[in-house]
Ligand binder design. Sequence first.
Ligand code: HEC
Ligand code: HEC
Length: 250
Amino acid sequence: MNLLKFLAMFVLLASLNSVANAQNPFEDPKNLEVLPKDISSGQLRQIMRGFSFALGERCTYCHERIEDENGSHMAFDSDKMETKTIAREMMKLSGRINRDIAALDRGEDHKYTQVVCTTCHRGQANPFLIEQVMKEQIAEGGTELAKSKYLELKEKYYGGHTYDFTGFTLAEYANSLADSGALDNALEMAKFSVGQYPNETYAYTILGNVYLARKNYTAAITAYEGSLAINPDQDGVKQQIERAKEAMEE
Ligand code: HEC
Ligand code: HEC
């Protein structure tokens, strides 16, 4: 199906929907500052659903719900919620980014990738990467808290695009801790990555590197051997074993 047909289908569904529902909130918007004021109700609906999916939140995340004598109802035109104001700035920001990208002027045949809310948000309101979550958790309550948070998020989000749950990324995070000199935390997170991803060569390699940095040469060699047991064809890892053996003899 081409894009136009696909969009047409959406608009049709949206208009059928509006016949069924006399109180379609998307008819006659009163307070649009960024979107075109003459936008069709179908398009507005699609954009709002898109915002909700991009941030993994409901409409009430940005729109005020009012309780009064008429009961509980949504005031979509109200600007009371700060998140709605931020969302407007985000719409402008996305527009600026796309204009800057188009200004790269990469020739007529180049197909530009459009930056949309999901490009950054990936289903969360505050778009953190898993490494950033780990860093925050370690600062707050150490590696035990970081590990339990990791498992909780993995349970909830695995298979989606909100967080990267590959073994490589977790091992690389342990590596970055080692680089920054936090060798105790690095060891905990490297062990954790091996436990979580027992088939990921890189997890064993990083565990080996952390042990090497801690001058625990026997454990380093065992970890490197774990990496080679999965994929023997890694010259870099073999060299690390040699380095560990040499350091041991000194
Ligand atoms: C991330 C924040 C966000 C979410 C989530 C969101 N909206 Fe909106 N919505 C906005 C912003 C911002 C505007 C104003 C856009 C503008 O100024 O051009 C708006 C405008 C609207 C309007 C037009 C109101 C008027 O009279 O001007 C309607 C209706 C609406 N949204 C419905 C919804 C519904 C229904 C949902 C849930 C499916 C939803 N929105 C989810 C941010 C959001
Ligand atoms: C270039 C990346 C990027 C794009 C594109 C982007 N955002 Fe954001 N957005 C962020 C970042 C980063 C934050 C967190 C800012 C902070 O830490 O205060 C954020 C925060 C927000 C917040 C506030 C969340 C909160 O609870 O504090 C809203 C609402 C929001 N974005 C909506 C949107 C919408 C809607 C779009 C698409 C029109 C969008 N964003 C596009 C990066 C982006």
